[in-house]
Design a protein around this ligand. Structure first.
Ligand SMILES: NC(=O)CC[C@H](N)C(=O)O
Length: 236
C-alpha cells in the first residue's frame, strides 16, 4: 500500500514543495492540504513544513495553531492515530498547538542561523525514525531564527527519562537549545518535531547529504509500503 502523506500549506509556508518531493522520492504519495480546509482527506500521515506561516506574526506558529486544518489534525494526532512530522516552522506549530511540550524561542545569538548541522538520532522508537539506528549521525540543513528549544527542567527530565528526545545537536547547541535538543516526540511516538530540515537532504545532487530520507522511509516502511531501492536511511 502506498502511504498518502498530506503536506499542509499555510500562507507563508516555504518548504511544502520540497517536502512533497521528498515524500515522493521515498516511496509515498504527497497529498496537498490547504490551511483553510478542515478536512484531512483521509491521509495516512501529515507533514507540517518549514517556513513563515502567517508571516511569523505574534510568534512563529502561534496563528497557524488556529487554522481550520488543525481542527481535525490535533485530536487525531493527540490520540496517537495520525503520524505527524513538523519540520522547523512545523515544529513550532506543534509546540504552539501543545501536541509537543516546550517552546522554540529566538536563537541565543539573536541571528538567523543557516548552515549544515550534524545531529544525532537519540531514539528510533517513533513513527518517523524507525529506519535509523540510535546514535546515528545525520548532516541536515538548519535555517531558523527561532530554533532555541526551551522547556521547564522537569519537562526536560521527563523527555530524557522517557526517551522522547529524537535529535540532539552534535558539538553543542548552535542556537542555545536546552540540552542540545533538536527534536522531540510525544508520548505515543506518532508526533515528531525537528528543527533541522530532513526534506532538504534527500537528493545527492543538491546535498548536503541524503540523511533526511530516513524520516520518510520510516513512515513508508511502517505503513507497509515498499521503500524504493537506495533510499534507506543514510543510503548514499
Ligand atoms: N525554516 C523555517 O521553517 C523557519 C522557521 C521560523 N520562521 C524561524 O525562522 O524560526
Amino acid at each position: 500500500m502506498t502511504a498518502r502523506v498530506g503536506v499542509v500549506t499555510f500562507p507563508g509556508s516555504l518548504d511544502d514543495r520540497d517536502a512533497a518531493r521528498a515524500i515522493r522520492i521515498c516511496g509515498a504519495e504527497p497529498v496537498p492540504l490547504w490551511h483553510d480546509d478542515a478536512d484531512l482527506h483521509g491521509v495516512d500521515a501529515v507533514v507540517l513544513p518549514g517556513g513563515f506561516s502567517y508571516g511569523d506574526y505574534l510568534r512563529c506558529g502561534a496563528i497557524a495553531r488556529f487554522a481550520p486544518v488543525m481542527s481535525e489534525l490535533v485530536p487525531a494526532a493527540e490520540s496517537g492515530r495520525l503520524p505527524v512530522l513538523g519540520i522547523c516552522n512545523g515544529f513550532q506549530i506543534l509546540c504552539e498547538s501543545h501536541l509537543l511540550p516546550g517552546a522554540l524561542t529566538r536563537n541565543a545569538n539573536q541571528h538567523f542561523i543557516c548552515r549544515d548541522q550534524r545531529v544525532r538520532v537519540e531514539t528510533t522508537d517513533t513513527a518517523w525514525t524507525g529506519q535509523y539506528h540510535t546514535g546515528q549521525e545525520l548532516l541536515l540543513p538548519l535555517k531558523s531564527n527561532e530554533g532555541n528549544y526551551v522547556a521547564a527542567p522537569e519537562t526536560l527530565d521527563t523527555l530524557e527519562r522517557d526517551g522522547r528526545v529524537v535529535l540532539r545537536y552534535v558539538g553543542g547547541s548552535p542556537n542555545g537549545a536546552h540540552r542540545g535538543i533538536a527534536g522531540v516526540t510525544n508520548e505515543h511516538g506518532n508526533v515528531v518535531g525537528v528543527m533541522p530540515h530532513p526534506e532538504h537532504a534527500t537528493a545527492a545532487l543538491t546535498g548536503p547529504s541524503v540523511d533526511g530520507r530516513g524520516f520518510l522511509t520510516s513512515l513508508v516502511a511502517r505503513a507497509g509500503g515498499a521503500v524504493p531501492a537506495g533510499t534507506a536511511a543514510g543510503a548514499r
